[in-house]
Design a protein around this ligand. Structure first.
Ligand code: AP5
Length: 220
């Protein structure tokens, strides 16, 4: 199973990606977490990426494409992967196609979360994350103990790019650069659209049903 999670910032890609890959069967590649770890570690990539991320812009393709394709080609991803946050523009989509074609593999599906902008602003303003990137929301998915991750007990923080002015910029970048991928994948019959405004459990149930069908199709 080679899957992509696609949708605007805050659509629920991380929330659902964690659930879909919790059993460890598929390699979960979260571009934003990889970049945030590089920023935290102060690597050259992190130093270069930070200004773009803080401004709500995409990190340049020359920094991101090689980094993610290396994960796609890795031993850990040989039984399949879930990409979250990649591709984010058509050039990245084309680079992924070329890499998969070299590997003799295909994409099975693109799981697209449809959520309107006003809901995105509400979600991202209330989002809190743990050090490992686990996702909570002050209202819809609060931790058991205020300010602390349920799983590893680390403090929950607000991401730097979840400030209102940066959220608006990220949404504008999404509509301009990432949304064309919806048509790119729909034209190839790969797109599966989900109502991302439904409760997370409902979205998960729909996703699992679709992934099961894709698995059956893949086995034929
Ligand atoms: P990244 O970390 O990928 O951010 P994003 O795509 O903007 O997505 P988010 O992580 O903000 O949201 P999500 O869809 O995962 O939603 P979540 O599950 O957390 O990227 C950050 C930056 O890195 C980019 O701006 C860019 O600079 C750079 N970057 C990343 N990839 C790149 C690339 N390929 N090329 C170049 N640059 C790149 O949910 C959001 C909130 O809603 C949570 O609080 C959650 O609890 C809540 N929630 C989730 N589902 C539901 C539901 N069904 N109902 C109610 N609440 C819900």
């Amino acid at each position: 199973m080679n899957l992509i999670l696609l949708g605007p910032p805050g659509a629920g890609k991380g929330t659902q990606g964690e659930r879909l890959t919790a059993d460890g069967g598929l390699e979960y590649v979260v571009t934003g977490n990889i970049l945030r770890a590089a920023v935290k570690a102060g690597t050259e990539l992190g130093v270069q990426a930070k200004a773009f991320m803080d401004a709500g812009d995409l990190v340049p393709d020359e920094l991101v494409i090689g980094l993610i394709l290396e994960r796609v080609r890795s031993e850990e991803a040989k039984d399949g992967f879930v990409l979250d946050g990649f591709p984010r523009n058509v050039a990245q989509g084309e680079a992924l196609d070329a890499a998969l074609s070299d590997l003799g593999r295909d994409l099975n599906g693109v799981l697209y979360f449809d959520v309107p902008d006003d809901e995105i602003v509400r979600r991202l303003s209330g989002r809190r994350v743990s050090e490992a990137g686990r996702v909570y929301h002050l209202e819809s998915n609060p931790p058991k103990v205020d300010g602390v991750c349920d799983v590893d007990g680390t403090p929950l923080i607000q991401r730097d790019d979840d400030r209102p002015e940066t959220i608006r910029k990220r949404l504008a970048v999404y509509h301009e650069q990432t949304e064309p991928l919806v048509e790119y994948y729909a034209a190839r019959g790969l797109l599966h659209t989900f109502d991302g405004t439904a409760p997370a459990e409902e979205v998960e149930a729909h996703l699992r049903k679709t992934v099961s069908t894709l698995r059956l199709e893949d086995a034929v």
